[in-house]
Design a binder for this molecule. Sequence first.
Ligand code: PHE
Length: 454
Amino acid sequence: MENRKNFASNIGAVFAAAGSAIGLGNVWRFPTEMGNNGGAAYVFIYILCVLFIGLPIILGEFIIGRHTHKNNVDAYHQLAPRSGWVAQGYIAVFTGWFVLCYYAVVAGWTLKYLCVSATNQLSAITDSATYFGDFSSSPWSPIIFTVAVLLITDAVVCMGVQNGIERFSKAAMPLLLIIILVLGIASLSLPGASAGMRFMFQPDFSKITSSTILSAMGQAFFSLSVALGCLCTYASYFNDSTVLTKTAGSVALLDTLIALLSGFIIFPAVFSVAGAQPESGPGLVFITLPNVFNTLFEGIPFLGYLSSTLFYLLLIVAAITSTISLHEAVTAFLHEQGMSRRAAARVVTGVCIVLGTLCAMSFGPLQDFTPFFGMGFFDFFDYLSAKVMLPVGGILISLFVGWKMDRKVIYDEMTNHGTLARPMYPIFVFLLRWFIPIAIILIFLNELGVFSRL
Ligand code: PHE
């Protein structure tokens, strides 16, 4: 096996980790969940989840990864040899693999919409719901785009940590920030902007139920890319000079900003178009928005063309920086078991093509195939990962770092061997030891209806 590479620069490390975090979760899933859960109250709970649950877990993963410089499974082997903890490493890697399979499907839809928009065909769509329904249920097209996304991801991962992942992230992240700012400003200047803003910022706390909280927590985990081995794997490529607390803070901040900015783009535009509903489910980005682009810019088609193309470009770039991290977490694991990097990547891509195809077909030929508690492949993978495995992984990581790991290692990693101040250290350990596991368990029990039966 060739020597293990690190990221060449600290900014490359931040961009790669932020690239993993920022993805469809921010631009597609967050506004959808916010729309379904009543807007501002959801945003408030979401931010609390990011600060008190997501951020400490990111830091925990960074500590594990940077200290061991190993893939997610071998890291646990090193830190807790011959113990059951290594199961957490396997769970994370395999759940990440599953996520990649269905995530690539939505990324594939995005790629299709980018092609449709860039070739100026979006404005010709008169009924966007039928168009999306026809496309997503057609037998071949969604599969072809899913496979295309997987092959692009494979190509970047095969180029390696510095030449592939770091270079791609360094080009993608600034592009993404510029596009999102341009679109955000444009959307805020629309006539419906104030209704959109009210929806995002005027909380109605009566809308908060246990399932809102569970959704917000699942969304925070998903959006921050925690508990799937991605951040841990990326941290294993961090240098000794990377400041973990600062990097974790930057990732959480950038991720949350992009999620909110996506709301700024989407909701003012949605509210500007009469009849467009904020809570239109996962179709928000693929059904409501094409409508919005077409209606808003009826008189000035070029602006419609430009904004829709930029929007889908933003979405696909964000999605691919995330698929790369999911892919890399599994590839690094297989590679470090002795396969060449290329062969490992091919195995990961091959399995994803098979399972991704099944997920893509859940909307078409396999629509009625719902063997998983009434869910098809796509919904089941999404439910299992975001609502079950991510919180479970979150508990395990926090218990592991909080109780099992050597305190000296945590201290050394947080302070870069005593060279940095350590104001966060006691809070961090407290949150991981007590607050996070208890909070996640309570939210779970509540969701299962345990408290209402008492
Ligand atoms: N965080 C990514 C997003 O918001 C998705 C993701 C989850 C990527 C888990 C890697 C690991 O879209």
